[in-house]
Design a protein around this ligand. Structure first.
Ligand SMILES: Nc1nc2c(ncn2[C@@H]2O[C@H](COP(=O)(O)OP(=O)(O)OP(=O)(O)O)[C@@H](O)[C@H]2O)c(=O)[nH]1
Ligand SMILES: [Zn+2]
Length: 225
């Protein structure tokens, strides 16, 4: 790793927890190229990989692949590296005076393992207890999706989701559990098709065993994907 070139996330990209293990490691010049410039550059790289593997890039089926992959990386799979794509999670008053935990479960998750660039597929489950602010339900799904669209390790993704919601909601009382399959484990290497990885982050009130138990009971974790 070229450590001189690596810096922690700029503030707007991730959250306010600069310099913690939950930051996506980015170079300081990460945003100097436009998306169009990134696509043009990655297109050449993908072309080179396929060419090196011996493929004929003039073949009808392959000729569009470098552009297709480059666009997919910049705009889709790794779109969450760009702070402009961070969802606007506006809050509103908890006028219902609902005081119990709210659980958004079975949030579909597609991410990419940063060690092998292979898919991570799973479910995220989020809970929070309002201290006066409420966030629209779909914003939780969108926050998961935003951080998932980066090269990731599951531990970091779990922490980033919790930290972002803590910031948006103005409370520590947020928890997230992620249960996901890593294709780098399932389809290559050890090739264990059945295993999945569970990670959790319990903030504030969720450090209390009873509150945590309630959350886990609600989501009734059962890997069936
Ligand atoms: N902690 C953590 N590890 C991960 C995650 N995704 C993949 N890994 C692991 O990262 C490791 C990568 O390290 P290496 O041992 O260098 O990779 P490898 O030689 O391809 O290892 P094998 O997968 O065992 O063949 C592997 O063991 C992966 O299973 C993740 O989200 N979190
Ligand atoms: Zn991997």
């Amino acid at each position: 790793m070229d450590s001189e070139k690596l810096f922690n996330t700029i503030e707007d990209l991730g959250n306010d927890h600069i310099g913690t293990a939950s930051d996506t490691p980015l170079r300081k010049d990460a945003f100097e190229l436009s998306d169009i410039e990134k696509i043009a550059s990655i297109k050449k790289d993908v072309h080179n990989i396929l060419h090196t593997l011996g493929l004929d890039l003039t073949d009808d089926s392959l000729k569009g692949t470098p552009t297709r992959v480059a666009k997919m990386f910049v705009q889709e799979l790794f779109g969450g590296l760009h702070p402009d794509r961070k969802p606007k999670a506006s809050t509103f008053d908890n006028k219902y005076k609902y005081k119990e935990m709210l659980v958004e479960k079975n949030i579909t998750l597609y991410s990419t393992c940063e060690h092998h660039l292979l898919p991570i597929v799973g479910k995220a489950h989020i809970a929070y207890i309002s201290n006066g602010n409420v966030v629209g339900l779909s914003k939780m799904n969108r926050i998961v999706d935003y951080y998932a669209k980066r090269p990731q390790v599951q531990e970091r993704l779990t922490m980033q989701v919790v930290q972002e919601l803590q910031k948006v909601l103005g409370t520590e009382d947020v928890a997230c559990v992620i249960d996901a399959k890593h294709l780098c484990v399932n389809s290559r290497g050890i090739r264990d098709v059945d295993s999945s990885t569970v990670t959790s982050e319990f903030g504030g009130a969720f450090k209390n065993p009873e509150t945590r138990r309630d959350f886990l009971d609600y989501i009734n974790l059962d890997t069936d994907f």
